[in-house]
Ligand binder design. Structure first.
Ligand SMILES: [Zn+2]
Length: 399
């Protein structure tokens, strides 16, 4: 059999990536143990490890237990050599994070978009968030290997195009090109919930899960779907738009133009809207002793619920029932092992989780509830930026 040069190069790349994966998952680990795990001969492992040490992607970190002879030297990922910027683009704000190869957040910055902002302003604010987050980290600037971004709405991650972002009223914007021109590093973008799901798979609770759904409830609602060991995007990059499933006959208009959407009642905006309606109907709440109606946010309603305000508790309980309605659809159709909740609303867990549980027990198929885990994400408020960074980090470990 003849192996040509290109094949040899590919084989070397495959070996290098397999070694890196083992070091990431099992490190600190010796060359001999790597060789045993992936079944490569020790000489090949040593030669590839030398290359990785020269590139400073991995480092030697002391010695392990000896099984007779010399104590083996252990290898680990070098967390001071490769950095990534993760950008989580919300509807009202953008957060940029400086993140190491191990998914650890070194620094983060959040900037708010101006209301009624235009496309140029949004992009300028996004660029500023990146410039801000690296300020004071001059020693790491040339170690940044790429920028990952999570954006709401459908995203063509292969072309780097935001197909449609309802909150910014734009369509078909090549975000990757714009940011590659500005920062001269590779840029990978994807839907924000999908990026979050990827982050949980690599660095959070879903490490061992092959089928799980991340539900993000913030200003809007969306889901990242991980099926059979990979992200599921759908035929037009539109999978996971659970926020626009109709769950109520209330004539509440959603920002998508339709009525009764899950997002219109259970997102941060939906919570405030239902709360204000009750006030207008004459219901009493202690929140009005502290602020006027226009200053009420879902966070403030949560704080008031913690103080024992009945209306706030009632509205959050009702939110839990709506979320249960949305989740039971996901549970019945996808039968996931795990549902991870991200976003600000998930933090009100003491007022919503009980109602969520009760509702899904009523509305989901029993078989699909067996061994189902529902809980908050591990990465919590960093889920967006770490997930976005993972879009780039994943590339290092992929042939
Ligand atoms: Zn909608």
């Amino acid at each position: 059999m003849n192996i040509n040069k290109a094949d040899k190069k590919l084989i070397k790349k495959i070996n290098t990536v397999s070694i890196l994966k083992v070091i990431r998952e099992k490190g600190p680990i010796s060359r001999a143990d790597i060789s045993k795990i992936i079944g490569l001969n020790p000489a090949t492992v040593s030669s590839n490890v030398s290359d990785l040490l020269n590139q400073k992607i991995i480092e030697e970190v002391g010695s392990g237990e000896s099984s007779g002879g010399r104590k083996p030297i252990l290898l680990e990922l070098n967390t001071n050599e490769i950095f990534v910027i993760g950008v989580d683009m919300g509807i009202r704000k953008v957060t940029a994070g400086l993140i190491n190869i191990d998914g650890k957040v070194i620094n983060k910055v959040t900037l708010h978009f101006k209301m009624e902002t235009d496309r140029k302003q949004v992009i300028k604010t996004m660029k500023n968030s990146i410039y801000e987050v690296v300020k004071g980290f001059d020693d790491k600037l040339d170690k940044i290997i790429g920028i990952g971004m999570g954006i709401h709405g459908p995203v063509d991650s292969e072309k780097g195009v935001s197909i449609y972002a309802p909150a910014f009223n734009w369509s078909n914007v090549n975000i990757a090109n714009i940011f590659e021109d500005e920062f001269k590093v590779p840029v990978i973008i994807d839907n924000d919930c999908r990026a979050m799901a990827l982050g949980e798979k690599w660095f959070g609770k879903a490490k061992t899960s092959k089928n799980f759904v991340l539900l993000n409830i913030g200003t809007g609602i969306g889901a990242g779907i991980y099926l059979n060991g990979d992200l599921y995007r759908g035929s037009n990059f539109g999978a996971g738009e659970i926020g626009h499933v109709s769950i109520t006959h209330n004539k509440i208009k959603c920002q998508c133009g339709k009525y009764g959407c899950f997002e219109a009642v259970a997102s941060g905006v939906g919570i405030v809207r239902r709360f204000v309606e009750k006030i207008e109907e004459g219901k009493k709440t202690s929140i009005l002793n502290k602020m006027s109606i226009k200053d009420i946010t879902s966070e403030k309603i949560y704080e008031e619920a913690l103080q024992g305000d009945k209306l706030s508790i009632q509205i959050l309980n009702e939110t839990g029932r709506y979320i249960g309605d949305g989740l039971s659809i996901i549970i019945n159709i996808l039968n996931p092992e795990m549902i991870l909740m991200a976003g600000g609303v998930a933090r009100a867990s003491e007022f919503i989780f009980g109602e969520i549980k009760e509702t899904i027990e009523k509305k989901s198929i029993n078989n699909n509830l067996k061994s189902l885990y529902i809980g908050e994400t591990d990465l919590k408020e960093n889920a967006g930026i770490v997930g976005a960074a993972t879009l780039i980090i994943r590339d290092i470990f992929t042939v």
